[in-house]
Design a protein around this ligand. Structure first.
Ligand code: ACO
Length: 431
């Protein structure tokens, strides 16, 4: 084994440099000493979309994209999906260890007793148009929470941070269900402490005039599993947004609203909604070959939504679990007719040279929407269903960043290719 360093020769100057290698990385700042002249700024790396840049050290989530591995705090996602529930997993993600019994009970009590939102939030929601997208409502109301809890700006106080963590995790299902009920013109159903986290969310979504909503245990469990699978995914687009925005030391509600905005996009958490719209548009199995042809000939413009991933170059392990769970859900709800189109689409894509060559496999969003739809969630709610559990991951990453002495306000560099300095030209002298 050689030294843990990299020898670099700058062919522009003939000078050689030694740069330490740590954890399979070099520090970008170590390249700054590579200069053409003494007053040169020094070498930078150019990495649009951060495809090969680690922006932090983290101990939360591990992904091996080539092998299809996903672990939270070392625990394989398959074991958590089988044996844990969402709140326990959220505790693990946030605190680093599975809770002891007393810690678990405390955590459940805390998150159950902070589910109610200020009545003014309802008035805020009432201002949205009847057909407002629930993700837009959720984003705005989470941002608004920063005005209800101004104490949240004391982000360096660990006890205070914990208070905001409990509030956000507890209130997300309430805000999400209220956003939905606003969009369908139904009176809001208030939280009910008799239910589990997921059971309560289901009753706030679907309760009608009955005195007590009855949650189907299989659907409740399916939601727990879906929430576990979506709880964290290391430095994805929305988590980077959370870290980037929070690095300015803004309160966690404002930073979470930014993360929700990032998640809303069709290339990220909006993909599950787009998958359903795509399956509807394809309409029948006979149209799949033409659709695949369109994708291949579009030069990247038409995408097979729910396929491909920046990190996974193998089957997304979450998609595997969801696909198995779909059968259990469909036994209760009846089979989603779009499933046959999805299965055939997957079969054809996985044997097609275009997808095979690019290592495009189904991701978490490919099958999740089919389950959500079968459970009665409208398509608009899909990204919201992603945001609810992802809050635990965002908050864990936020707290980790705040305690990391190597972190400071995020501020990338650029390669400036614009005009050099020039003088202002008055109107009458312009060409
Ligand atoms: N359908 C068709 N072609 C695709 C797809 C797709 N879904 N995804 C990638 N490709 C192609 C690209 O056109 C590109 O082809 P080229 O090399 O001929 O130019 C190649 O595969 C590589 O794609 P990139 O866009 O460079 O890959 P990147 O890592 O930047 O993108 C992403 C990853 C955004 C997830 C992409 O695969 C995609 O758009 N998928 C569809 C949207 C989706 O499902 N998003 C959810 C992701 S999971 C999540 O956020 C929870």
């Amino acid at each position: 084994m050689g030294k843990d360093s990299l020898s670099i020769t700058d062919n522009r100057t003939g000078k050689s440099y030694e740069v330490p290698v740590e954890n399979g990385t070099i520090k970008a700042l170590d390249l700054r000493k590579i200069k053409l002249t003494d007053d040169d700024f020094g070498l930078m790396t150019y990495d649009p979309a951060f495809t090969n840049t680690a922006a932090c050290k983290s101990r939360i989530t591990f992904i091996d994209g080539d092998r299809g591995v996903l672990n939270y705090r070392g625990y394989p996602i398959e074991q958590l999906a089988e044996r844990s529930n969402y709140l326990e997993t959220a505790y693990l993600i946030l605190n680093g260890e599975l809770p002891a019994k007393a810690q678990y009970e405390d955590w459940i009590r805390e998150t159950t007793h902070h589910t109610i939102v200020h009545e003014n939030i309802k008035e805020l929601m009432a201002a949205f148009r009847y057909d407002a997208h629930p993700m837009g409502i959720l984003m705005s109301t989470v941002a608004a929470l920063s005005t209800f809890y101004p104490d949240a700006k004391h982000i360096h106080d660990a006890e205070n941070r914990q208070r905001q963590v409990v509030r956000l995790i507890a209130k997300m299902p309430t805000l999400a269900a209220f956003a939905y009920r606003h969009s369908v013109g139904m009176p809001y159903a208030y939280p009910d402490n008799d239910f589990s986290y997921c059971g309560n969310f289901l009753q706030m979504m679907f309760k009608m005039t009955e005195l007590k909503y009855r949650v189907h245990p299989i659907l409740e469990r399916a939601l727990e599993v879906l929430f576990i699978l979506h709880a964290d995914h290391e430095q994805n687009c929305s988590t980077s947004a959370m870290r980037g925005v929070a690095s300015s030391e803004v309160d966690p509600y404002s930073a979470t609203a930014a993360a929700i905005a990032a998640l809303y996009g069709p290339l990220h958490g909006g993909a599950n909604e787009m998958v359903l719209r795509m399956l509807h548009e394809i309409g029948s199995k006979d149209h799949i070959p033409q659709f695949i042809k369109d994708v291949k000939e579009s030069g990247g413009e038409v995408r097979l939504m729910g396929f491909g991933h920046r990190v996974y170059k193998n089957y997304d392990p979450r998609a595997k679990i969801i696909k198995i769970m779909a059968d259990q859900v469909f036994e209760v709800t009846g089979r989603n007719p779009l499933l046959d189109i999805a299965l055939e689409l997957e079969r054809i894509a996985l044997s097609d040279e275009y997808f095979v060559k690019r290592k495009l496999y189904p991701n978490v969003d490919f099958y999740s929407g089919l389950i959500y739809q079968a459970m009665g969630f409208p398509v608009d709610m899909f990204p919201v269903l992603f945001a609810i559990p992802r809050v635990s991951g965002w908050l864990a990453q936020w707290a980790e960043m705040l305690q990391d002495k190597e972190q400071k306000i995020a501020r990338p560099r650029q390669v400036y290719l614009g005009q050099p300095r020039r003088d202002y030209v008055p109107f009458d002298a312009r060409g």
